[in-house]
Design a protein around this ligand. Structure first.
Ligand SMILES: Nc1ncnc2c1ncn2[C@@H]1O[C@H](COP(=O)(O)OP(=O)(O)OP(=O)(O)O)[C@@H](O)[C@H]1O
Ligand SMILES: [Mg+2]
Length: 246
């Protein structure tokens, strides 16, 4: 049975979509069968970041009952073992789709894939909660700033209460400012394991613009290596915590 991992944060723009796309490809490189799901129903951009630009059927069509799940699953030929469920960006589709249907659609994917990575919206609103509760485990993403850490902690606490196994957090964009909170202080404050430090890296932003996540775009970049390390860490710990919890 595969792992269902929600990629979540308190504030927007911390790097959830960047983590989802790179982790998906990094896990694919490790030989795992992966599907990345765009569960950010109002501000979708995972397919843009992963270079899929001609998707007719999206998760919105599945939620509104206009399509079957299988028709919304795309394989990405350039990314070994990696699949994607895109989301629509036009308002007509957005208003027809009820986010509360997400768990029912996403959870069964664990029967077909080793890893189901769920790119969630930020915060604790109903659309974010529905996306996050589609997972059984959570990977939190924060930047090294105090308000960002505080908000991501809040979301982590809510997810734990809701029964998810919070695996830990990723400290993203480290090294951008001399005022960055150091990793060990971030880990003490977050009260959950630090699973990876992704440096501020221009190659990551360039990859985003090209629609090729950095682990493929520039595998030798520091950011790419950090994502490969994170993937190895996820393989090591995912599934263990939830086995102890349930
Ligand atoms: N480590 C990094 N170094 C440089 N740029 C980064 C890094 N991480 C993310 N970015 C850039 O920051 C921007 C925001 O990242 P991303 O879209 O992944 O955030 P998000 O949390 O998904 O945002 P939202 O909450 O709006 O969905 C993107 O342009 C991305 O390329
Ligand atoms: Mg995003």
């Amino acid at each position: 049975m595969g792992k269902l991992i929600s990629i979540a944060s308190g504030k927007g723009g911390t790097g959830k979509t960047t983590v989802t796309s790179n982790l998906a490809i990094a896990l694919g490189k490790l030989g795992k069968q992966v599907i990345a799901v765009d569960a950010d129903l109002t501000m979708a951009n995972l397919s843009l970041v992963m270079g899929l630009d001609d998707a007719d059927v999206t998760i919105h069509d599945v939620l509104s009952g206009d399509a079957n799940l299988d028709d919304a699953i795309y394989s990405l030929p350039n990314f070994d073992n990696v699949h994607l469920i895109p989301a629509a960006v036009d308002w007509e589709h957005v208003i027809k789709a009820d986010p509360r249907g997400l768990p029912e659609i996403i959870k069964p994917l664990k029967e077909k894939f080793d890893y189901v990575l769920i790119d969630c919206p930020a915060g604790l609103q109903i659309d974010a909660m529905s996306a996050m509760l589609s997972g059984e485990e959570a990977l939190m993403v924060t930047n090294p700033e105090i308000s960002c850490i505080a908000d991501t902690m809040k979301v982590g606490i809510v997810l734990k209460k809701a029964g998810l196994a919070v695996l830990g957090f990723v400290l993203n964009r480290y090294g951008r400012s001399i005022n960055d909170i150091p990793p060990e202080i971030a880990e003490d404050t977050m009260e959950m394991p630090l699973l990876g430090i992704i440096p501020e890296d221009r190659a990551i932003r360039e990859g985003t613009l090209e629609g090729i996540p950095v682990v493929l775009y520039k595998p030798d970049a520091e950011g790419a290596k950090a994502f490969m390390d994170l993937a190895n860490e996820i393989v090591r710990i995912s599934g263990v915590k939830s086995k102890v919890m349930y």
